[in-house]
Design a protein around this ligand. Structure first.
Ligand SMILES: [Fe+2]
Ligand SMILES: [Fe+2]
Length: 268
Protein backbone atom coordinates (compact mmCIF):
# COMPACT_ATOMS: atom_id res chain seq x y z
CA UNK A 1 0.00 0.00 0.00
CA UNK A 2 1.40 3.38 -0.95
CA UNK A 3 1.34 6.27 1.54
CA UNK A 4 -1.64 8.59 1.59
CA UNK A 5 -2.46 11.12 -1.04
CA UNK A 6 -5.42 12.75 0.66
CA UNK A 7 -6.96 16.14 1.30
CA UNK A 8 -8.39 16.20 4.79
CA UNK A 9 -10.54 19.14 5.87
CA UNK A 10 -10.42 19.57 9.66
CA UNK A 11 -13.41 21.48 10.99
CA UNK A 12 -14.39 21.96 14.62
CA UNK A 13 -16.51 23.79 17.16
CA UNK A 14 -19.44 24.43 14.86
CA UNK A 15 -21.63 25.33 17.87
CA UNK A 16 -24.93 25.25 16.02
CA UNK A 17 -27.22 27.56 17.96
CA UNK A 18 -24.39 30.13 17.80
CA UNK A 19 -23.61 29.64 14.11
CA UNK A 20 -23.17 32.44 11.56
CA UNK A 21 -25.18 31.33 8.56
CA UNK A 22 -23.08 33.14 5.92
CA UNK A 23 -19.99 31.32 7.18
CA UNK A 24 -21.82 27.97 7.20
CA UNK A 25 -22.98 28.45 3.60
CA UNK A 26 -19.55 29.58 2.36
CA UNK A 27 -17.77 26.73 4.16
CA UNK A 28 -19.91 24.13 2.39
CA UNK A 29 -19.03 25.67 -0.99
CA UNK A 30 -15.36 25.97 0.04
CA UNK A 31 -15.09 22.29 1.03
CA UNK A 32 -16.38 21.34 -2.39
CA UNK A 33 -14.02 23.80 -4.13
CA UNK A 34 -10.89 22.52 -2.36
CA UNK A 35 -11.89 18.94 -3.21
CA UNK A 36 -11.61 17.60 0.32
CA UNK A 37 -11.53 13.80 0.23
CA UNK A 38 -12.12 13.27 3.97
CA UNK A 39 -13.63 15.60 6.55
CA UNK A 40 -12.72 15.37 10.23
CA UNK A 41 -15.26 17.03 12.53
CA UNK A 42 -13.60 17.60 15.90
CA UNK A 43 -16.59 18.10 18.20
CA UNK A 44 -18.76 20.79 19.78
CA UNK A 45 -21.30 20.49 17.00
CA UNK A 46 -23.86 22.23 19.22
CA UNK A 47 -23.91 24.99 21.81
CA UNK A 48 -26.12 23.38 24.48
CA UNK A 49 -26.91 19.93 23.03
CA UNK A 50 -30.41 21.25 22.25
CA UNK A 51 -32.83 19.46 19.95
CA UNK A 52 -32.93 22.21 17.29
CA UNK A 53 -29.14 22.59 17.46
CA UNK A 54 -28.62 18.90 16.79
CA UNK A 55 -31.09 19.05 13.92
CA UNK A 56 -29.15 21.95 12.36
CA UNK A 57 -25.86 20.08 12.88
CA UNK A 58 -27.32 16.99 11.24
CA UNK A 59 -28.50 19.01 8.23
CA UNK A 60 -25.00 20.48 7.90
CA UNK A 61 -23.34 17.04 8.04
CA UNK A 62 -25.71 15.81 5.36
CA UNK A 63 -24.48 18.58 3.05
CA UNK A 64 -20.77 17.74 3.40
CA UNK A 65 -19.22 16.83 0.05
CA UNK A 66 -16.96 14.00 1.33
CA UNK A 67 -17.06 11.20 3.92
CA UNK A 68 -16.90 12.66 7.43
CA UNK A 69 -15.66 11.24 10.70
CA UNK A 70 -17.39 13.02 13.57
CA UNK A 71 -16.55 13.04 17.30
CA UNK A 72 -18.40 14.79 20.15
CA UNK A 73 -17.20 17.69 22.26
CA UNK A 74 -18.10 18.82 25.76
CA UNK A 75 -20.87 21.10 24.41
CA UNK A 76 -22.61 18.06 22.92
CA UNK A 77 -23.46 16.95 26.48
CA UNK A 78 -26.53 18.42 28.19
CA UNK A 79 -24.60 21.15 30.08
CA UNK A 80 -26.23 22.05 33.37
CA UNK A 81 -29.34 19.97 32.68
CA UNK A 82 -27.93 17.64 35.30
CA UNK A 83 -30.69 15.03 35.24
CA UNK A 84 -30.15 14.48 31.50
CA UNK A 85 -26.40 14.81 31.88
CA UNK A 86 -26.22 11.89 34.30
CA UNK A 87 -29.06 9.65 33.14
CA UNK A 88 -28.93 9.93 29.34
CA UNK A 89 -25.97 12.16 28.39
CA UNK A 90 -25.66 11.00 24.76
CA UNK A 91 -29.32 10.44 23.86
CA UNK A 92 -29.54 13.28 21.35
CA UNK A 93 -26.07 12.57 19.98
CA UNK A 94 -27.05 9.00 19.23
CA UNK A 95 -30.41 10.06 17.79
CA UNK A 96 -29.09 12.73 15.44
CA UNK A 97 -25.46 11.88 14.77
CA UNK A 98 -25.92 8.14 15.00
CA UNK A 99 -22.50 7.05 16.26
CA UNK A 100 -21.63 5.28 19.51
CA UNK A 101 -19.97 7.84 21.82
CA UNK A 102 -18.37 5.00 23.80
CA UNK A 103 -16.77 3.31 20.80
CA UNK A 104 -14.15 4.32 18.28
CA UNK A 105 -15.21 5.37 14.79
CA UNK A 106 -13.01 4.42 11.86
CA UNK A 107 -12.75 5.67 8.30
CA UNK A 108 -10.34 4.20 5.79
CA UNK A 109 -9.37 5.35 2.34
CA UNK A 110 -6.48 4.58 0.02
CA UNK A 111 -3.34 4.94 2.18
CA UNK A 112 -5.23 6.52 5.06
CA UNK A 113 -6.83 5.40 8.32
CA UNK A 114 -8.76 7.85 10.47
CA UNK A 115 -9.93 6.90 13.98
CA UNK A 116 -12.22 9.04 16.12
CA UNK A 117 -12.38 9.00 19.90
CA UNK A 118 -14.70 10.74 22.36
CA UNK A 119 -12.73 12.72 24.95
CA UNK A 120 -15.76 14.58 26.41
CA UNK A 121 -16.92 13.37 29.83
CA UNK A 122 -20.23 13.81 31.64
CA UNK A 123 -18.33 14.66 34.82
CA UNK A 124 -14.72 14.99 35.95
CA UNK A 125 -12.54 15.09 39.05
CA UNK A 126 -11.57 18.71 38.27
CA UNK A 127 -13.93 21.63 38.86
CA UNK A 128 -13.83 22.29 35.11
CA UNK A 129 -15.70 19.37 33.55
CA UNK A 130 -15.17 20.74 30.06
CA UNK A 131 -11.55 19.57 29.95
CA UNK A 132 -12.04 15.98 28.86
CA UNK A 133 -9.91 12.89 29.12
CA UNK A 134 -8.59 9.93 27.15
CA UNK A 135 -8.46 6.62 28.99
CA UNK A 136 -6.31 3.50 28.67
CA UNK A 137 -9.07 1.46 27.00
CA UNK A 138 -9.52 4.12 24.35
CA UNK A 139 -5.80 4.27 23.60
CA UNK A 140 -5.72 0.45 23.26
CA UNK A 141 -8.66 0.52 20.84
CA UNK A 142 -7.01 3.27 18.77
CA UNK A 143 -3.71 1.37 18.56
CA UNK A 144 -5.52 -1.83 17.66
CA UNK A 145 -7.22 -0.06 14.74
CA UNK A 146 -3.97 1.55 13.58
CA UNK A 147 -2.04 -1.70 13.86
CA UNK A 148 -4.50 -3.42 11.50
CA UNK A 149 -3.74 -0.83 8.79
CA UNK A 150 -0.91 -1.24 6.29
CA UNK A 151 2.41 0.00 7.69
CA UNK A 152 2.75 3.06 5.42
CA UNK A 153 -0.81 4.33 5.89
CA UNK A 154 -1.22 7.78 7.34
CA UNK A 155 -2.70 7.24 10.80
CA UNK A 156 -4.94 10.04 11.95
CA UNK A 157 -6.65 10.39 15.33
CA UNK A 158 -9.63 12.74 15.66
CA UNK A 159 -10.55 14.01 19.16
CA UNK A 160 -12.08 17.15 20.62
CA UNK A 161 -9.54 18.09 23.31
CA UNK A 162 -5.96 19.19 22.63
CA UNK A 163 -2.72 17.17 22.92
CA UNK A 164 -0.54 20.26 22.46
CA UNK A 165 -0.80 23.85 23.72
CA UNK A 166 0.92 26.99 22.49
CA UNK A 167 1.98 29.84 24.74
CA UNK A 168 -1.20 31.77 23.92
CA UNK A 169 -3.30 28.74 24.91
CA UNK A 170 -1.15 28.00 27.98
CA UNK A 171 -3.91 28.77 30.49
CA UNK A 172 -6.10 26.04 28.95
CA UNK A 173 -5.74 22.37 29.80
CA UNK A 174 -4.49 19.46 27.75
CA UNK A 175 -6.79 16.48 27.49
CA UNK A 176 -6.47 14.42 30.69
CA UNK A 177 -3.83 11.65 30.43
CA UNK A 178 -2.43 13.23 27.26
CA UNK A 179 1.14 12.44 28.37
CA UNK A 180 0.41 8.72 28.73
CA UNK A 181 -1.50 8.61 25.44
CA UNK A 182 1.24 10.44 23.53
CA UNK A 183 3.90 8.04 24.82
CA UNK A 184 1.85 5.09 23.61
CA UNK A 185 0.97 6.68 20.26
CA UNK A 186 4.58 7.68 19.58
CA UNK A 187 5.82 5.93 16.41
CA UNK A 188 2.42 4.27 15.87
CA UNK A 189 0.32 7.28 14.82
CA UNK A 190 0.99 10.29 12.60
CA UNK A 191 -1.51 13.08 13.07
CA UNK A 192 -3.76 14.18 15.96
CA UNK A 193 -6.63 16.52 15.10
CA UNK A 194 -8.42 18.53 17.78
CA UNK A 195 -10.47 21.59 18.59
CA UNK A 196 -12.03 22.95 21.82
CA UNK A 197 -9.76 26.00 22.16
CA UNK A 198 -11.12 27.85 19.12
CA UNK A 199 -7.50 28.59 18.18
CA UNK A 200 -5.68 27.40 15.06
CA UNK A 201 -2.10 26.15 15.27
CA UNK A 202 -0.05 23.03 14.65
CA UNK A 203 3.18 21.57 15.90
CA UNK A 204 4.97 18.35 16.82
CA UNK A 205 4.44 16.52 20.14
CA UNK A 206 6.32 13.28 20.86
CA UNK A 207 7.03 12.91 17.13
CA UNK A 208 3.34 13.27 16.16
CA UNK A 209 1.87 16.22 14.28
CA UNK A 210 -0.88 17.93 16.29
CA UNK A 211 -3.25 20.25 14.40
CA UNK A 212 -5.81 22.44 16.14
CA UNK A 213 -8.36 24.59 14.40
CA UNK A 214 -10.56 27.52 15.27
CA UNK A 215 -14.33 27.57 15.48
CA UNK A 216 -15.40 26.89 11.91
CA UNK A 217 -18.75 28.66 11.80
CA UNK A 218 -19.75 30.04 15.21
CA UNK A 219 -19.62 33.51 16.74
CA UNK A 220 -17.80 32.12 19.81
CA UNK A 221 -14.49 33.63 18.68
CA UNK A 222 -11.51 33.52 21.04
CA UNK A 223 -9.47 36.37 19.57
CA UNK A 224 -9.20 35.03 16.02
CA UNK A 225 -11.54 34.66 13.05
CA UNK A 226 -13.43 31.51 12.02
CA UNK A 227 -11.15 28.97 10.40
CA UNK A 228 -10.64 25.40 9.32
CA UNK A 229 -7.52 23.45 8.34
CA UNK A 230 -6.86 21.92 4.95
CA UNK A 231 -4.36 19.09 5.36
CA UNK A 232 -2.73 17.75 2.23
CA UNK A 233 -1.00 14.39 2.58
CA UNK A 234 1.43 13.68 -0.22
CA UNK A 235 3.57 10.60 0.30
CA UNK A 236 5.56 11.16 3.48
CA UNK A 237 4.79 14.88 3.68
CA UNK A 238 1.92 16.81 5.27
CA UNK A 239 1.04 20.41 4.46
CA UNK A 240 -1.32 22.07 6.92
CA UNK A 241 -2.98 25.27 5.70
CA UNK A 242 -5.15 27.27 8.06
CA UNK A 243 -7.93 28.85 6.01
CA UNK A 244 -9.34 31.89 7.82
CA UNK A 245 -12.64 33.69 7.28
CA UNK A 246 -11.99 37.18 5.90
CA UNK A 247 -15.56 38.49 6.00
CA UNK A 248 -16.73 37.06 2.69
CA UNK A 249 -14.46 34.05 1.98
CA UNK A 250 -11.79 31.74 3.41
CA UNK A 251 -8.14 32.57 2.69
CA UNK A 252 -4.89 30.83 3.60
CA UNK A 253 -3.48 32.46 6.72
CA UNK A 254 -0.64 30.08 7.56
CA UNK A 255 0.92 27.02 5.95
CA UNK A 256 3.28 24.57 7.65
CA UNK A 257 4.97 21.53 6.12
CA UNK A 258 5.91 18.37 8.05
CA UNK A 259 7.84 15.28 6.93
CA UNK A 260 8.05 11.84 8.43
CA UNK A 261 10.66 9.19 9.03
CA UNK A 262 8.65 6.06 9.75
CA UNK A 263 5.83 7.42 11.92
CA UNK A 264 7.99 10.14 13.53
CA UNK A 265 7.50 13.68 12.27
CA UNK A 266 9.40 16.96 12.16
CA UNK A 267 8.82 20.40 10.70
CA UNK A 268 10.35 20.98 7.27
FE1 LIG B 1 -16.04 24.81 21.41
FE1 LIG C 1 -15.16 22.23 23.68
Amino acid sequence: MKPANARIAQISDLHFGHNVQAVVDTLLVELRDVAATTIAVCGDLTQTAGEAEFRAARAFLDELPAPALVVPGNHDLPGLRLWSRFTRPWRRWRQHIGTDPHGTATHTADGLIVVGVNTARQWGSRADWSRGRINAGQVSAILEAFDKAPEDDLRVLVAHHPFLLTRSAGNRGLVGRSDVALRQLHGRADLLLGGHLHMAYSGVADGLVVAQCGTAVSDRLKGEPNSYNLIEADGDQLTISTRRWTGDRFDTHQRTVYARDGHTWSTV
